[in-house]
Design a protein around this ligand. Structure first.
Ligand code: SR1
Ligand code: MG
Length: 394
């Protein structure tokens, strides 16, 4: 694209976002653009730009040099915009149906201009409003299988995979996850946020040495196991959904880590709906079952047809890998349940429950289930035993 690259960073305003959009070969010369900043995430500005005459639109996402959720006191690297753009392009090649198209990126301005997804809704918001998105779990199972297989040693071959590991070194964003998911919720950290009525439950969790041991084991896997290119923040706020489409956005936390991390975040964020919403419980349990069965079938198909590691291509070794991914995903799901209940970044599935007693009961359930999944992940070897544990706390 011919747009001049910027020489210095500044946060965009709505008029500046329009000017940037007009400089790209996306809209016609007589386009009349309107723009709204719609970012509701924790970190970035997001502008929705529409041609009021033609109806065509784009999204411009810009990283801020600090974490928006906390403010300027928490500086954050702008390099994450390049990681995100590179990850969107990589995942877009591997699973084009499930990733927005990227039209333009600028590393200095820390912006990505991408496909307008405003015909879809953030999946978490849709779920809370009563949507069930019948195809979302099939789509996520396929997305996970393709992105995790094709970025692994088996999909890429070891040399090409090492080059990707290097490209996606992402220490600053990984540190956020290391702190907010694996460290802070397990002691009296300033970042934690929880309701006063949960203090006894939280203090019991801080005293639970067995739990903290297992969380350290999971954190060590996160730190050391460069298995696949992860999205790294695959919660339902990072997914746009509709009845026939699913698009995974926001991979700024992308890095090479254990495959079970992305799968576990998907499981946990579906579990929030299982726990928060009695009337849709069975539906969301079926979504969890479908994510795993579609993932397993598609990953197995790719293993057998596209495997570059010929000496590894046996059924036994495939089974070993799938069992490891499943065990890890159960443990990481437990960590996500706990940190979204008592850590810095919460989920609206729980916080928007108006009735205090029902909300507190739901949060106690997520804490209880989180502990079980983390401690008992080695015994939870398949989906039925996973669902049995879920039913056990409901
Ligand atoms: C300071 S960032 C807090 C959380 O928001 C992101 O979406 C990640 O989930 C992170 O943990
Ligand atoms: Mg995000």
């Amino acid at each position: 694209m011919s747009q001049l690259k910027q020489t210095s960073y500044e946060p965009l305003t709505e008029p500046a976002a329009i000017e940037l959009a007009l400089s790209l070969p996306i809209f016609t010369e007589n386009a009349e653009l309107s723009c709204r900043e719609i970012g509701d995430g924790n970190l970035n500005l997001v502008f929705h730009i529409v041609d009021v005459k033609g109806g065509k639109g784009v999204i411009i996402k810009q990283a801020l040099p600090y974490a928006k959720v906390v403010g300027e006191s928490w500086p954050l690297t702008l390099k994450r915009a390049k990681i995100e753009a590179d990850a969107l392009k990589t995942f877009g090649q591997l699973a084009p149906d499930y990733v927005p198209k990227v039209y333009f990126t600028d590393d200095v301005l820390a912006v990505t201009v991408m496909e307008d997804l405003s015909h879809l809704l953030i999946a978490r918001t849709g779920f809370i409003n009563g949507e069930t998105y019948p195809l979302i779990s099939k789509h996520l199972g396929e997305y996970l299988a393709k992105t995790l297989f094709y970025t692994s040693d088996y999909g890429l071959g070891p040399a090409a995979k090492k080059a990707q590991v290097q490209k996606f070194i992402n220490p600053e964003l990984c540190k956020i996850t290391e702190d907010l998911i694996f460290t802070d919720p397990y002691f009296d950290a300033d970042t934690n946020e929880f309701e006063d009525s949960l203090r006894t439950d939280v203090e019991a969790l801080w005293q639970d040495a067995e739990l903290k041991f297992h969380v350290n084991v999971l954190k060590r896997s996160f730190l050391t196991q460069a298995e696949v290119l992860l999205h790294g923040d695959l919660h339902t706020g990072s997914i746009f959904a509709g009845n026939s489409d699913t698009k995974v956005i926001d991979p700024e936390f992308a890095f090479y880590g254990p495959a079970g991390f992305d799968i576990g975040q998907v499981f946990a964020n579906l579990l929030f709906e299982v726990i928060a919403n009695d009337s849709k419980r069975d539906h969301f349990i079926r979504h969890i079952e479908t994510v795993w069965s579609v993932f397993k079938d598609e990953f197995s198909r790719l293993w057998n047809t596209e495997n570059k590691e010929l000496s590894a291509k046996t059924d036994t070794f495939l089974g070993y890998n799938l069992s490891k991914f499943f065990e890890d995903s159960i443990g990481f799901a437990g960590c996500e349940l706990i940190r979204r209940t008592i850590g810095l970044a919460h989920v609206a599935d729980l916080d928007s429950i108006e009735d205090e007693q029902i909300r507190l009961a739901a949060k106690r359930t997520t804490l209880e289930l989180g502990k079980i999944l983390i401690k008992q992940r080695k015994e939870i070897t398949d989906v039925p035993s996973f669902i049995e544990k879920v039913h056990g706390v409901l």
